[in-house]
Design a protein around this ligand. Structure first.
Ligand code: TRP
Length: 327
């Protein structure tokens, strides 16, 4: 049996190129090694811990499914499913809650960043987010979890909970290892001190952006003083960010990009960068447009994915309940 690998993405809106390079692209490469039994899912239960519109939620879920498939997730090779369709996730999360120390969750950096000082009005789901994530992983006995470094603390908790459950109730849960994905740190095109994010749409390159929109955003991107295309985080943060995007989309390293644009100005660099991004996204966009036409058939296939996930997850949940003395 191949080792299991699990990862999820929250459906919270359109994906940008950072999401693609940091997660999806890597998932597809891992899938295509043929070395793992892959489970990928849409983390909709996680996503409702933040402000959302119920009418939009299902659309976001479906859109993310199309993104997974357009990026190259293959339903013959991987199990793709929706978290809320597999009720074992919520059930295991509850059981794990009872062995999770309050203090561990209070220390989570992501929780602190998301809440600030607003403890009294923060929903408890946001606090409990890492325990649900642990359940996501442990249900599939994942050996590997591809994540960015912002999720390492949550993975450490997952490992600690597996150990604790096993020592209290007997060996049941498998301790997973992170597969660290190198996430290019992409900054906003209109302000290189801010992370590229959908909350700053003008500075964000979305996977679905039309060529004209990409050109406009890149040509309008802020640059630094001087005219040399050179990576220098201190002196040239804006140009360094553009070089990083160029590198990530073309596979060329920073030195190669610099030498290509030696003696040329920012204008020429940006023009070519726009074309590199447009070409880089074209296969994804073409596939996504084709998939959109088959939306109903695809959602039916996802029901099959939900079923497969449910089979694996409910078996593990039954084992956990038995060990714990639950019915
Ligand atoms: N918390 C992850 C993120 O925001 C998403 C996620 C939820 C996840 N459950 C998971 C990732 C389980 C890996 C495994 O990126």
């Amino acid at each position: 049996m191949k080792p299991a690998l699990v990862s999820g993405i929250q459906p919270t809106g359109k994906l940008h190129i950072g999401n693609y390079l940091g997660a999806l692209k890597n998932f597809v490469e891992l899938q295509n090694t043929g070395k793992f039994q892959c489970f990928f899912f849409v983390a909709d239960l996680h996503s409702i811990t933040e402000e959302f519109n119920p009418k939009e939620k299902l659309k976001q879920v479906e859109n993310l499914i199309l993104d997974f498939l357009a990026a190259g997730i293959d339903l013959k090779k991987s199990v793709l499913f929706v978290q809320s369709a597999v009720s074992a996730h919520s059930e295991l999360a509850w059981i794990l809650n009872t062995i999770t120390p309050f203090g561990e969750l209070r220390r989570m950096t992501q929780f602190k960043e998301k809440t600030g000082e607003e403890y009294e009005t923060t929903n408890v789901g946001l606090f409990d987010y890492p325990v649900l994530m642990a359940a996501d992983i442990l249900l599939y006995s994942a050996k590997f979890v591809p994540v960015g470094d912002d999720q390492l603390q949550h993975l450490e908790l997952t490992r600690a909970l597996a150990r604790k459950f096993n020592s209290k109730f007997g060996n049941t849960l498998f301790e997973p290892k992170p597969l660290l994905t190198e996430i290019p740190r992409l900054m906003s095109l209109d302000d290189p001190t801010k992370k590229m994010s959908k909350s700053r749409p003008e500075g964000c390159l979305f996977l679905d952006d039309e060529p004209e929109v990409i050109r406009k955003k890149i040509m309008r991107a802020v640059t630094d003083s001087g005219s040399e295309v050179r990576a220098d985080r201190e002196q040239k943060p804006a140009v360094t960010n553009l070089i990083r995007i160029y590198s990530a989309m073309s596979g060329k390293n920073a030195a190669q990009v610099e030498s290509r644009f030696k003696g040329k100005g920012y204008g020429e660099f940006k023009k070519e960068l726009a074309e590199i991004v447009i070409q880089g996204l074209a296969p994804f966009q073409k596939r996504k447009n084709e998939l959109k036409k088959k939306r109903a058939a695809i959602m039916k296939q996802i029901t099959a994915g939900n079923k497969k996930a449910n089979m694996v997850a409910s078996k593990k949940l039954a084992e956990v309940k038995k060990k714990t003395g639950l019915v």
